[in-house]
Design a protein around this ligand. Sequence first.
Ligand SMILES: *[C@@H]1O[C@H](CO)[C@@H](O)[C@H](O)[C@H]1NC(C)=O
Ligand SMILES: *[C@@H]1O[C@H](CO)[C@@H](O)[C@H](O)[C@H]1NC(C)=O
Ligand SMILES: *[C@@H]1O[C@H](CO)[C@@H](O)[C@H](O)[C@H]1NC(C)=O
Ligand SMILES: *[C@@H]1O[C@H](CO)[C@@H](O)[C@H](O)[C@H]1NC(C)=O
Ligand SMILES: *[C@@H]1O[C@H](CO)[C@@H](O)[C@H](O)[C@H]1NC(C)=O
Ligand SMILES: *[C@@H]1O[C@H](CO)[C@@H](O)[C@H](O)[C@H]1NC(C)=O
Ligand SMILES: *[C@@H]1O[C@H](CO)[C@@H](O)[C@H](O)[C@H]1NC(C)=O
Ligand SMILES: *[C@@H]1O[C@H](CO)[C@@H](O)[C@H](O)[C@H]1NC(C)=O
Ligand SMILES: *[C@@H]1O[C@H](CO)[C@@H](O)[C@H](O)[C@H]1NC(C)=O
Length: 498
Amino acid sequence: MNLSITFSLALFWCSEALSLFQGVGTNSTYYNPVLPGWHSDPSCIQVNGTFYAICEYLGMSYGIVGVLFKTQDLFHDEAWSDPVRFYPTKIDPDIFWDDGKVYSATETVILQELDVNNGTLSQPPLSLWNGTGGVWPEGPHIYKKDGYYYLMIAEGGTGLDHAIMIARSTNITGPYEAYTHNPILSNRGTNEYFQTVGHGDLFQDVQGNWWGICLSTRSGPEWEIYPMGREASLFPVTWNEGEWPILEPVRGKMSGWQLPPENRTLPGDGPFNGDPDSYDFNAGSAIPANFMYWRVPRAATSPELTGQQGLAFVGRRQTDTTFTFSVDLAFSPQAANQEAGVTVFLTQLNHIDVGLVLLSSNTSSKPQLSLRFRTIGTITAPTPNIIPVPGTWANGPIRLQIQNTNGTHYNLVAMPASNTTAQINLGTASAALVSGGSGSFVGSLLGVYATCNGEGAAGSLDCPAGGNAYFQRWRYSGSTQQISATESIPSIANPEFM
Ligand SMILES: *[C@@H]1O[C@H](CO)[C@@H](O)[C@H](O)[C@H]1NC(C)=O
Ligand SMILES: *[C@@H]1O[C@H](CO)[C@@H](O)[C@H](O)[C@H]1NC(C)=O
Ligand SMILES: *[C@@H]1O[C@H](CO)[C@@H](O)[C@H](O)[C@H]1NC(C)=O
Ligand SMILES: *[C@@H]1O[C@H](CO)[C@@H](O)[C@H](O)[C@H]1NC(C)=O
Ligand SMILES: *[C@@H]1O[C@H](CO)[C@@H](O)[C@H](O)[C@H]1NC(C)=O
Ligand SMILES: *[C@@H]1O[C@H](CO)[C@@H](O)[C@H](O)[C@H]1NC(C)=O
Ligand SMILES: *[C@@H]1O[C@H](CO)[C@@H](O)[C@H](O)[C@H]1NC(C)=O
Ligand SMILES: *[C@@H]1O[C@H](CO)[C@@H](O)[C@H](O)[C@H]1NC(C)=O
Ligand SMILES: *[C@@H]1O[C@H](CO)[C@@H](O)[C@H](O)[C@H]1NC(C)=O
């Protein structure tokens, strides 16, 4: 079996920055990233004063598949159609409407006409442009303006060499003429805190002013500590008639065209990306719309996790440089090695955990309920820390907390939910453990997990019965956003994009 990770075109609400523009005014100041936390490969459009952003999600599939969903009512999940699937030969299919035809452009850059009703792609695929010579010409978008088709792509790979290139033609099929001043956007070869700038999309506001959105990584040129991975940044664009677009370089503090006033009165019921979480789960509670899963859940109800089979992890993005995340856990494991806890999770090969685990004891015949701090990663890991759960904690749920006072380290803390002064700091771990590694396309999530650490019948994916973990009080609150090597701002300082 050739199971691979692919980049599917899929609807995924990043969050929206929305509302009507009012009058011509002075330029605005705002802060990047506008969608903090893992929001890679962003695209954006504005329709009737509302901006819609969509990001990449990573799905497991056989080969490359594009999926198209239709709806007459964007804001209701049930109103969306089942997918129409199509099978482009390369990744990053972009959809472009022109004179009654629909095209799909993909990595390298290849163009095919697409029948949106049944997913049929025209053959043979047409080669439009190979970029300017860098690796991975991908993430194409086509714009039609002033008698030209502009073809904008990402190039250089999604690391430090990432850049945006552009070419144009008077015919969609080419030949395309590359801009002589490419790249039109990049932070490659700089000391900027925002790195990997690339893979973007251009769109207009209600005034007709142009903007762009792209991915970036808050890593500095060292590119060693960036637990939030690839985030979405906004930049102003000047695009005069008949000329090439001018893209403003991506920084933490930005100035550009006047932004719309904050407007939280929007259709739809999902939370805003920058808002805190405050959830109190009961049996059967729905899992909030901003949560993500590792593997597909069987039922989207309250976090009652059972281990290997079915849902074993659910979390939300780390969206702030510093934050506090805590969850109350009620857990009475029945068999040795049953474990549940909270985690900073990048992938199953890169995570930082504190959990309750039933461990076989060397000194007594009874397994002992313990608190365990442990990390899994590709760099030197701190030593696990195991302590027996204090006897006075036994009567109620235990609060597990992940907190930090800077962007480089996490502290993992436990306390009885009924007496938060009785805190124990079980361990401190470097955020380098959840930067890049096996998760260079994603960003860290903060969430809850359950596992039996491989126990259970041989060859079975089932854990020993019993000992389900119940996660109840869930809180996440951001404190600061780092916007340069030396500056941080309060997390609430970017109201337009909360
Ligand atoms: C906010 O957006 C909604 C939906 O687009 C719109 O109906 C409403 O008028 C907007 N409010 C303001 C103050 O702009
Ligand atoms: C935008 O507004 C026009 C005119 O009112 C309307 O016909 C159209 O359906 C609107 N589009 C969306 C996506 O709401
Ligand atoms: C897809 O639809 C088009 C237009 O109706 C039709 O010509 C084509 O045969 C269809 N392809 C398949 C595979 O059904
Ligand atoms: C891009 O490169 C491929 C492989 O070398 C070549 O077949 C194709 O003609 C090139 N496309 C263009 C537009 O130059
Ligand atoms: C674009 O080029 C193709 C291939 O040369 C040609 O068939 C087509 O007529 C051209 N379209 C226009 C609008 O010039
Ligand atoms: C406003 O922002 C735009 C886009 O960045 C820029 O071209 C323009 O010069 C700015 N205007 C002023 C007065 O700063
Ligand atoms: C029990 O002893 C083994 C071997 O000395 C050791 O590796 C293990 O960590 C011990 N277990 C506990 C729970 O202390
Ligand atoms: C960052 O936080 C960790 C954990 O609290 C601490 O050990 C470390 O000294 C801090 N680093 C700086 C530069 O303050
Ligand atoms: C709460 O914990 C503190 C610190 O361990 C302890 O001194 C205090 O007695 C505890 N309070 C209760 C009500 O158990």
